[in-house]
Design a protein around this ligand. Structure first.
Ligand code: NAP
Length: 474
């Protein structure tokens, strides 16, 4: 069994203390990952800070060329790293290949966008003075990423930070650090200057403490649960450390009577079951207008049974892979039992699959009570919870009746309604007749308890740039 090294100041470093990596498709440990203690994290921060001056001094074009080289390295190892993603995360191989493609696209998009980190010259309003706005890289960035999209969510932070001129220390999720290790290899092969990218693993709270308390770390960018995000907010208060937070969601889907039924079914299936339901933008609450309710439910259940094959990520035709661990299974069972107790009808699935690993059937529940657990808590499993509504106003109220606001979806052919939804739905992203609104060139992030700031798009670059006003007296 291979023990994977950390990547520290341009070197691959093994440690005595390791963490075990389990394949969720078998429940078996298949690799180990080296770890650091807090003192080693402090050294990594020092090394990143030392690398900062040289990295920021490069032109944006030269930094972009490094991003393209890293993308080339990943492209050459595309299927091999996709296999690693499936091994450590459990998702179907085709979806791991999709994660690789999006990762490469993020790198190439920010390679170019870095060249557009414009400041501006403001028309002056005081004689003899000129006012300029200058953008400068924020400094050493600490990135903490989750297990559900183990590579692409890390690169969504790293690519814009690099493009802006910032070194990055990444702490990936303990369950899925191996594709981050592969990313480190790609940086090494691309001859990225030492210290610009480093990867640490180990106790999350200890590593985060160093990130929070070390003044050389100028920004923490985090993707994960709202609970951990709240801890980081508390910890960041002392040094007033800037945070970007991509936290939990509870995405509503509104399907209106006038929707194109086929598009609505396909869009809702994608929004629900992609990544085995373990996505922060997963459709958690599917609200269907009464006039189309029965037709939608029938078509959705038929297609779920027909297409949502459950199995190991490497088996042909599998759409639903393994959940990440035993806790994922426990939560799925709890949500189904609670819904049924509250009066919901179980139309398909509902059980753990009887095989090694952590598999749960593709499940559809209808007439779910509005206060059911799956309408209030992130399910993070292949469980579709459907409930009816009557009017547009009621649909909007239901969609907004959550403290979270990451993504939302609506299916309608009425353009006026689409505009009303755009203006009234409380979310950072809204897919209209679109079950997958994520793309490199547009901002990604949430409102309310779903987080602070945006990744991707021009906003993604801006979150690693400081804005400075320069006033020049002539
Ligand atoms: P998590 O438990 O919050 O873990 C995320 C990361 O935070 C991991 O690297 C974890 O390390 C680390 N961590 C744990 N405790 C920490 C602490 N005290 N201080 C600092 N870091 C700490 O979340 P998860 O279970 O991996 O991911 C699922 C959650 O992420 C869901 O709520 C999902 O909605 C959210 N998410 C949001 C987005 C978005 O873009 N908004 C995207 C994907 C996922 P260890 O693994 O070592 O514990």
């Amino acid at each position: 069994m291979k023990t994977h090294p950390l990547y520290l100041n341009g070197e691959f470093v093994l440690s005595e203390k390791t963490i075990s990596i389990t394949n969720p498709g078998t429940g078996e440990v298949f690799a180990a990952m080296s770890t650091v203690d807090r003192a080693r994290v402090a050294q990594a921060v020092k090394d990143a800070h030392a690398a900062f001056a040289g990295w920021r001094a490069l032109t944006a074009k030269a930094r972009g060329e490094f991003l393209h080289k890293i993308a080339n390295e990943l492209e050459q190892r595309r299927d091999e790293i996709a296999r690693t993603i499936t091994m450590e995360n459990g998702k179907p191989f085709a979806q791991s290949q999709g994660e690789m493609a999006l990762t490469i696209d993020h790198l190439r998009w920010f390679a170019e966008e870095g060249r557009r980190g414009y400041g501006r010259i403001i028309p002056h309003q005081t004689d003899g003075k000129r006012n300029l706005v200058v953008k400068t890289p924020i400094g050493v960035v600490a990135a903490i990423s989750p297990w559900n999209f183990p590579l692409v969510l890390a690169v969504r932070k790293i690519a814009p930070a690099f493009a802006a001129g910032c070194p990055v220390i990444l702490k990936p999720a303990s369950a899925t650090p191996l594709c981050a290790a592969a990313f480190a290899e790609a940086c090494h092969a691309a001859k990225l200057p030492k210290g610009v990218f480093q990867m640490v693993c180990g106790s999350a709270s200890e590593i985060a403490k160093e990130f929070l308390e070390n003044p050389l770390v100028r920004k923490i960018t985090f993707t994960g649960s709202t609970e951990v995000g709240q801890k980081l907010i508390e910890g960041a208060a002392k040094l007033v450390k800037p945070l970007s937070l991509e936290l939990g969601g509870l995405a509503p889907v509104l399907i209106f009577d006038d929707a194109d039924l086929d598009k609505a079914v396909d869009g809702a299936l994608l929004a629900k079951f992609r990544n085995t339901g373990q996505s922060c933008i997963a459709a958690n609450r599917i609200y269907v207008q009464r006039g189309i309710y029965d037709r939608f439910v029938k078509a959705f259940v038929d297609k779920t049974k027909e297409t949502m094959k459950v199995g190991d990520g490497f088996e042909a035709g599998v759409q639903i892979g393994a959940l990440i661990d035993e806790n994922g299974i426990k939560k799925a069972i709890e949500h189904v039992e609670d819904a049924v107790k509250g009066g919901a009808k179980l139309l398909c699935g509902g059980k753990r699959v009887n095989r090694p690993g952590y598999f749960f059937e593709a499940t559809v529940l209808t007439d779910v009570a509005r206060d059911g657990l799956c309408m209030r808590e992130e399910t993070f499993a292949p469980i579709a919870a459907i409930a009816p509504f009557d009017t547009e106003a009621e649909g909007i109220e239901l969609a907004n009746s959550s403290p979270f606001g990451l993504s939302a979806y609506a299916f309608t052919r009425d353009l006026s309604r689409a505009f009303r939804l755009m203006e009234s739905i409380e979310s950072g992203m809204l897919g209209i007749n679109d079950g997958l609104p994520t793309t490199s060139n547009a901002p990604f992030g949430g409102v309310k308890m779903s987080g602070w700031g945006r990744e991707l798009g021009a906003e993604g670059l801006d979150s690693f740039l400081e804005t400075k006003h320069v006033s020049i007296a002539l």
